[in-house]
Design a protein around this ligand. Structure first.
Ligand SMILES: [Fe+2]
Ligand SMILES: [Fe+2]
Length: 215
């Protein structure tokens, strides 16, 4: 098993052609997240695991590894603006607290939008891949985008969303994966993912296999 930090350095070394401000800001976010993360929080809030899996899957599928990695690494960057007690797995949730947590999607978008709009949109859409969740809408920011640009953003936000779902499910309490026991019976992670992402079974299969290979 590779150490997360080794994987992160490996991918950071591969990154070329990105505005260096993106790399500098990503490092700053990771550092701030590291100090904010409560010791017992098992989901990597700073997104290292999600970034590593996303990059490896993107590589398998012949897509842009660097964008996938940076999007995974920063997908929860907006949680820097969420009060720390809300990020703890033992917090009791109500609708108001959940709404506050949901703001992290838009906050993450704003953290990167001035230096890399596409990356910011991917981050802002991880929880809104089909425009039925929460976060940003592409139509609000891309009025004259090409279809290939839209496809790349959608591919990466789905990829990160799938990797995030897998990591959350594997590392955090069942409360966070409410539909695990929705009808009282066990639903495998693969089946949950196929249901949630019916158009992206290729990514689901690749992400599950990379995740178990790495962790
Ligand atoms: Fe998130
Ligand atoms: Fe996450």
């Amino acid at each position: 098993m590779k150490k997360i930090n080794d994987l992160v350095s490996e991918y950071l070394q591969e990154i070329k052609g990105f505005d260096t401000r993106v790399i500098i800001r990503s490092r700053a976010v990771a550092k701030r997240m590291e100090s904010k993360t409560p010791e017992h929080a098992r989901h990597a809030w700073h997104g290292k695991r999600v970034g590593a899996v996303a990059a490896r899957v993107a590589g398998c599928l012949q897509e842009d590894v660097c964008t996938a990695f940076l999007a995974g690494l920063n997908h929860d960057a907006g949680k820097l603006f969420v009060p720390a007690y809300l990020l703890r797995d033992d917090t009791d949730f109500d609708d108001k607290k959940y709404q506050l947590i949901q703001l992290h999607a838009v906050a993450g978008f704003h953290l990167f939008k001035d230096i890399c709009l596409d990356l910011a949109l991917i981050i802002g859409r991880v929880h809104n891949t089909d425009d039925n969740g929460y976060g940003v809408s592409l139509s609000d920011y891309l009025s004259d985008a090409s279809q290939s640009q839209i496809n790349a953003i959608n591919f990466n936000s789905r990829l990160v969303s799938i990797c995030d779902y897998i990591d959350s499910n594997r590392t955090r309490p069942p409360r966070l994966g409410k539909d695990v026991f929705s009808d009282g019976s066990y639903v495998s992670l693969e089946k949950q993912l196929f249901k949630k992402y019916p158009q992206n079974q290729r990514i689901v299969v690749a992400a599950l296999s990379v995740y178990s290979e790495l962790f």
